[in-house]
Ligand binder design. Sequence first.
Ligand SMILES: [Zn+2]
Length: 156
Amino acid sequence: MVLLLSSVSVSSALTQSEIEAIVVWAGCEGATIQLMKEGHLGAWFDPSSIHLIFQGLDQVSDPIQVGIVLHETAHCLQDQQGILHFPTDPQQEKDADRIAVIKGCEWGISPTWMPELGTWFAENQNYFGDRSHGSFADRIAHALMDLPEICKWLLE
Ligand SMILES: [Zn+2]
């Protein structure tokens, strides 16, 4: 049974040091990372302590994990620019998605992680959006609109 259970996971979770490397590379300064393996897929940025918290990342593919890390990193960048406010609103979330998609292209992952995450949430958590984030469909449309060249070659 133990062997069977260990084969359930579809991908390996990013390690603490891999996440830290992405966060620092993307320009978020002084952050601490907290990883939680159990529970629903989720991620948060706490501006009071510059804390990035990730939960259940191993449930999604590696590119989606990088995308989620970059989305929370984008909130850190918004905070560094003094434009982050809580609770977040859909425009701020869309901007964070946009930053995450473009930085993801620079990191080498295709923008397709964003619609794939939307599909994953719909199928696994029956989640399509909420009041502070807006609808996932809107977020995807905004994130993929007029992408820079660095993203386009990844889509070919
Ligand atoms: Zn967010």
